[in-house]
Unconditional design. Structure first.
Lengths: 521, 643
């Protein structure tokens, strides 16, 4: 029996959930065992998920590792999972960050360790489910189910103002999700009308022929769910609050993965299903994305709190992702997806770094630091590399993503795309300003607070979870082909979908890209 | 041998990795060996490559080595590939050669610094980045080197990061460069948009055909060139983005010599020369390059007149000299620009290292008004510094004489006004340079007794680099002798690279012999005049500087404060953006958006609490509501019927 005969995708998705079950029966006091077990489960999940990469057919644009079991047959609902070149990377990013979130909580979380680890593991399954669902009902179940553990993570293990933040996070997300639920129900009945049978299957729904006016409404409903999640300006104010209150692992998951559920949603649902609406609303998306890029960067610049600074920088980075996605060019979308991964690594690492500082000094205020380079040189070196990755230095991961996004947007023939690309590129200047200024205030100068003189440098465990992140940061920077190649097919698929709809006389997206090289297909 | 050009950048990278990761564990001389050794081998390889290269026919002097495809997406492709042609061959020799000399000097200069391994790691990383920049075979890889040298500059300016001014200066350098790079990257994207590739060879080969076929808008080419040049004004410290370079003097002096004088800051000149064909089809952009270059040459030289910090004078001098190089490019004399880049690398590195030698002896003092009389105590430093000063002033037969003359000749041909700006700058240059020489090495010692007691000549490890550069500054000019047949070897060597561009610009003809002799004589007289004035001001009639300061105080203050450009930028950009950001955060984010979100929450709660009042639980009130409701419905229907 080959590996392809195993329900490998389901194994990966549910491994963390299954791994959490034994923990219910372990005594609360055995924290070392609980941590070790959680680490074991997450590492095992990661290595199992690697087999998805190795068995992935890079030349195919189709969904692979598909599994389909009828769930509620009469209603056309099934357990249907599968991944393409887009979800592959988000899935791997999730499993990769799994062990890291366990490791970074090792000494940071001292209370209710068992419940905490259970939350982390269930959360992981929820996220993996979101990225691999091909059934809208299933998708919605996973989408909502990851809310609960995240709510608990912020609400129980957060800092002072955690209840406000947790509530804000949940209500924001719920408000959007409910719109999406209505839209899903509409699609479901619409499919019954058009095709004659009930289906929640995404691949069936892709084939629907939806009139433009209805597309517009459905687009907006999905848009609300995803834009809240991304978060796009002006729906972002829950993010700084949630980050500031969440424990380190919560922030890493939130920034690293949860936000990508929004951008992923646009790619998976809005663009393929409501293509005409997407095309016509692209300039509107540009405005929000570009505003987010500049706004996030500027507001980030004046934050006194490290976590808030990184949180606002996420608004800026995710603006880039959205811009790339709505360029409808291969470069833009590939850059956007790569940037999702990049942001997961770089911003994830930044939150880990802030967490390390917080654990030692119990403060996140920039003003409380200064001169740390002399005290903790190894930490300084790693912090520097992550900072540079975040500001898009060539040779590291951020540059490849940002460059492809700017390029892809620039050559897209959507209206206003050129000007959007130029403004977005200027965001790179501001990124350097807020990151380097922050770095200087934290690390350079002389030690001004006596307590900072005795901070300990990184320990082995911290090295163990930072080094892999660094390796990927460098890898993507110097050899992005590993990541770009498998997503190529799926990305081109999306571009072709858009292009076909454009052929109906809407616009001319592809003209430019073709003029240069002839046909790439 | 050509196959191995990738080793030239790779070796310093290895040095960086070794010193960066285990440098603090191994012994100091191993660190020095790794740091200097890797660069030395790079230099040897560059030499061998060069030797093999000149044996080829001039037409065949082009070689590409593509390692792998780096970024490939849709129709976009950029590879990690290296290209060797006369231009990159010259550049790689200059960079590895001068780089190696400065590495050796650093052993002595940085010997007592606790950050020694870190220093060499960064220096090697710089060599790697700079070599990537000049050997890249496409615009995107060039940009990688371009940003990476900026990073090294940031790291090395802020090497003594505990000093706030140093950390500030590093950050300023990075951010100002990013402003230019913003233009540069848009330029690269426009190149891809226009040509469908970013590889040098294909872009340059496609362009003439596209022009002929009318397939490219000349206006677009002008825009591309101006965007690229915007990047160059950042990296090469030209108006309006020059402001970071004087502050960059916060870094260790060998760093100023290597990065902020000899190599990195000239990257813009290299890039413009590399893209000479595009520029040749965009004459307006070339005019901008020439004008900005000439203006910067004059402007920076004027600031250099009154600065008292020896390194800052040299920094303004560098800005000014790079201005000359851009002037050369702008008037189409690309070979002269690269020639001046080479000689400038020799004599400016020499001047910086000489200044470093002085600072080393006098415990880091940089104020020339507090020096004086070092001639006897530091004879070798004095002689070599004097050679550097004569070279930059353009005195025959020192290196600067030939290269500056080549530029001025080119400028005269294009426009006498540009030539006049250049020649005026030359006058200022020789004046401020000899002002430094006289105040530092001549006259009475103005040091406090306890300092002057300790003054000593630097160790051999620092003097040998000085002497080597001194020799190069004397003989370096002879690779480009004008007027004599076969004398302009560098010009001929570079000709295959610039030939097409100069043909397009109509530069092929030789200028009038008599005219050229005249120009050379004039510039020589001007340079000597500058030195004469410096003699008058700082040796003979030392009351003169004070007299002029009192006579025209406002002009003096204006120049002494560098025309207040930093203050203007701070006011226009830094402060206004900061207050705008605070307004965004405290008003838009907190009041408007969060206010709306919380407002909805309060509204919901408010409505809820009103609704709660209705649900009293008393049957009577429910009955009352039902009756009222019934009446309302009834009334409605009655009303409707009447209508």
């Amino acid at each position: 029996m080959g590996i392809r005969d195993l329900p490998i995708l389901s194994i990966v998705i549910f491994m963390p959930l299954l791994g959490s079950l034994p923990l219910f029966f372990v005594k609360k006091e055995r924290v070392e065992f609980i941590r070790g077990w959680a680490l074991f489960v997450t590492i095992l999940t990661f290595f199992t998920s690697l087999s998805l990469y190795f068995n992935f057919d890079q030349n195919s644009a189709n969904f692979q590792f598909q599994e389909r079991i009828s769930w509620i047959h009469e209603l056309g609902i099934s357990y249907h999972v599968g991944i393409d070149g887009i979800s592959l990377w988000l899935l791997l990013l999730t499993t990769f960050l799994g062990p890291i979130t366990v490791l970074c909580s090792w000494s940071a979380i001292m209370e209710r360790v068992r419940d905490y680890m259970i939350c982390l593991l269930i959360l992981e399954t929820g996220i993996l489910g979101v990225f691999s669902s091909l059934d809208l009902f299933l998708f919605y179940v996973f989408w909502e189910s990851q809310l609960i553990p995240m709510y608990l993570l912020i609400g129980i293990w957060g800092s002072q103002n955690r209840i406000y933040a947790a509530l804000k996070f949940v209500i924001y997300t719920m408000a959007g999700s409910l719109m999406m639920l209505v839209a899903i129900m509409y699609l479901y009945f619409y499919h019954k009308n058009q095709a004659g049978f009930f289906s929640m299957n995404l691949l069936d729904l892709y084939n629907l022929n939806i009139p433009y006016s209805i597309q517009l409404i459905l687009f907006i409903a999905f848009f609300l769910a995803f834009a809240f999640k991304v978060p796009m300006f002006p729906f972002h104010t829950w993010l700084p609050d949630a980050h500031v209150e969440a424990p380190t692992a919560g922030s890493v998951i939130l920034a690293g993965i949860l936000l990508k559920m929004g951008t992923y949603g646009f790619l998976r649902f809005n663009i393929p299903m409501f293509t005409e609406a997407s095309i016509n609303l692209a300039p509107f998306m540009y405005i929000l994305a570009v505003t987010g890029i500049i706004y996030g960067a500027l507001v980030s610049m004046v934050q006194p709190d490290l976590k808030k600074l990184v949180a606002y920088s996420s608004v800026s980075h995710l603006g880039f992702v959205m811009l790339g996605i709505f360029a409808f060019t291969v470069q833009g979308i590939q850059g956007g997806i790569l940037q999702m991964v990049n942001h997961g690594l770089s911003t994830g690492a930044l939150f880990l770094i802030v967490g390390i500082l917080y654990e030692r000094r119990h403060t996140r205020l920039i003003a409380h630091f200064g001169g740390l380079s002399r005290v903790i040189p190894r930490f300084a070196a790693i912090f520097m590399i992550v900072t540079l990755s975040s500001i898009g230095l060539p040779g590291l991961n951020g540059f490849v993503g940002e460059f492809l996004i700017i390029l892809g947007t620039f050559i897209s023939s959507n209206p206003y795309s050129t000007i959007a690309a130029i403004i977005a590129a200027s965001g790179v200047i501001f990124a350097a300003v807020y990151m380097l200024w922050m770095f200087q205030r934290v690390m350079f100068g002389v030690v001004t607070h006596e307590e900072n003189r005795y901070i300990k440098d990184l320990n082995l465990r911290e090295f163990a979870y930072l080094i892999p992140v660094l390796l990927f940061i460098i890898w993507i920077g110097i050899y992005p082909a590993t990541f770009l190649r498998p997503m190529e097919g799926s990305v081109k698929g999306i571009v072709v979908t858009v292009e076909k709809k454009m052929g109906k006389g809407n616009s001319i997206v592809f003209a430019v890209d073709k003029r240069i090289t002839g046909d790439w297909r | 041998m050509l196959e191995y050009i990738w080793l030239i950048p790779a070796l310093p990278l290895i040095g960086f990795i070794i010193n960066g990761i285990i440098g603090f564990r191994i012994r100091k001389h191993v660190v020095s060996l790794v740091g200097c050794g890797t660069v030395f081998i790079s230099f040897l390889i560059a030499l061998m490559v060069f030797r093999e290269f000149i044996l080829l026919d001039p037409e065949q002097r082009f070689f590409q080595k593509i390692l792998y495809t780096w970024v490939s997406s849709g129709s976009f492709n950029a590879s990690i590939g290296f290209q060797l042609d006369p231009l990159s061959a010259v550049m790689s020799l200059v960079v590895t050669g001068v780089g190696f000399i400065i590495h050796v000097y650093s052993i002595g200069y940085m010997g007592h610094d606790p950050g020694y391994p870190r220093y060499f790691a960064f220096l090697n990383l710089f060599m790697f980045s700079m070599l990537i920049l000049i050997l890249a075979n496409n615009f995107l890889l060039l940009f990688v080197g371009w940003e990476a040298v900026g990073l090294c500059s940031y790291l090395l300016i802020g090497f003594w990061y505990e000093k706030k001014s140093a950390a500030d200066a590093g950050k300023k350098a990075f951010i100002v460069n990013r402003v230019g790079d913003f233009g540069f990257i848009i330029g690269v994207i426009l190149i891809f948009y226009t040509f469908g590739t970013v590889e040098f060879k294909s872009v340059f080969e496609k362009l003439p055909g596209m022009i002929k076929a009318g397939a490219v808008d000349p206006f677009l080419l002008t825009v591309i060139c101006l965007l690229l040049f915007a990047g160059a004004t950042g990296k090469s410290a030209q108006i309006p983005l020059y402001v970071w370079l004087p502050d960059a003097m916060e870094g260790p002096t060998p760093v100023s010599a290597l990065i902020h004088a000899a190599t990195m800051v000239t990257a813009g000149v290299y890039m413009v020369s590399r893209s000479c064909i595009i520029f040749a089809y965009a004459p307006y952009a070339l005019d901008v390059v020439a004008f900005i270059g000439a203006l910067t040459a004059l402007f920076a030289a004027s600031i250099g007149l009154v600065q008292n910090d020896i390194k800052r004078v040299l920094a303004y001098s560098t800005i000014s000299q790079i201005g000359y190089m851009f002037l050369a490019c702008g008037v189409g004399a690309f070979a002269a620009g690269i020639f001046h880049l080479t000689t400038h690398a020799f004599f400016k590195a020499l001047l910086f290292l000489g200044a470093g030698s002085v600072m080393h002896a006098i415990e880091g003092e940089t104020d020339i008004t507090k020096m004086g009389g070092l001639k006897e105590k530091m004879p070798i430093t004095h002689i070599t510094f004097l050679i550097g000063a004569l070279a930059i002033a353009g005195i025959f037969p020192f290196a600067g004489f030939f290269s500056k003359d080549a530029i001025l000749a080119g400028a005269f041909e294009r426009s006498p006004y540009l030539w006049f700006m250049g020649i005026s700058g030359a006058m200022l240059t020789s004046f401020y340079m000899f002002r430094v020489v006289f105040l530092t090495f001549y006259g009475e010692s103005r040091f406090p007794h306890e300092v002057s007691h300790h003054i000593h000549e630097s160790p051999p490890v620092m003097l040998i680099p000085l002497i080597t550069l001194g020799i190069l500054s004397i003989i370096g000019g002879f690779i480009g002798i004008p007027m004599i047949e076969g004398g302009n070897r560098i010009g001929e060597f570079l000709d295959p690279v610039f030939h097409n561009a100069t043909t397009i610009l109509g530069k092929a003809h030789h200028e009038d012999f008599l005219m050229e002799v005249m120009l050379i004589l004039i510039s020589l007289i001007i340079a000597l005049g500058g030195i004469y004035l410096a003699v008058m001001f700082y040796l003979k009639k030392t009351y003169l500087p004070g007299y002029f300061q009192e006579k025209i105080p406002s002009a003096y203050r204006l120049i002494f404060n560098k025309y207040y450009v930093d203050e203007i930028y701070d006011y226009l950009f830094v402060n206004s953006i900061k207050s705008f950001s605070i307004w965004l955060w405290e008003f838009i984010d907190t009041v408007i958006i969060d206010g709306a979100v919380n407002g909805i929450a309060y509204l919901t709660r408010g409505i809820g609490s009103i609704m709660r009042r209705i649900q009293t639980g008393f049957v009577q009130s429910y009955a009352l509501s039902i009756i009222i409701g019934a009446f309302v419905i009834l009334a409605y229907y009655l009303f409707r019927i009447r209508m």
